[in-house]
Design a protein around this ligand. Structure first.
Ligand SMILES: [Zn+2]
Length: 125
């Protein structure tokens, strides 16, 4: 079993609705996002999945959030752009992006860091 990870980031603003504290005010983060694939074996080139390909796939998903106010970008115009919701949303978008993964490879988890000390990892039950 191999766990293949890549990481990218985007910069965005957000605020939390229905929350009392400093996160209710508009502020920004450099969001680090990691994607992890689970792979049963590696191929003839010795790779379970190409890092370059996975980075590109993640970048395609993150592009629409970069340098935006997340509260204006669907689905965060209707759900709070919390790290939890961002991780689950990106997981769903990566799942679509990776819809034709080879046998034995699956999307395992998406991790979103709001700061170096605070992050959420999402994986479905
Ligand atoms: Zn925040």
């Amino acid at each position: 079993m191999y766990l293949v990870n890549v990481e990218r980031h985007f910069d965005a603003a957000h605020y939390l609705r229905g929350y009392q504290g400093k996160c209710e005010n508009l502020h920004g983060h450099r969001y680090r996002v990691a994607v992890r694939l689970k792979a049963a074996s590696n191929d003839n080139a010795g790779m379970a999945y190409d890092f370059t390909l996975l980075k590109k796939e993640l970048e395609r998903v993150l592009e629409k959030y970069d340098h935006r106010c997340l509260n204006e970008v669907p689905p965060f115009d209707s759900i709070n752009p919390s790290a939890e919701n961002i991780a689950r949303t990106i997981y769903g978008e990566m799942k679509k992006e990776l819809d034709s993964l080879p046998d034995g490879i699956s999307l395992d988890a998406v991790t979103v860091w709001e700061s170096p000390e605070s992050w959420v990892e999402y994986r479905p039950d």
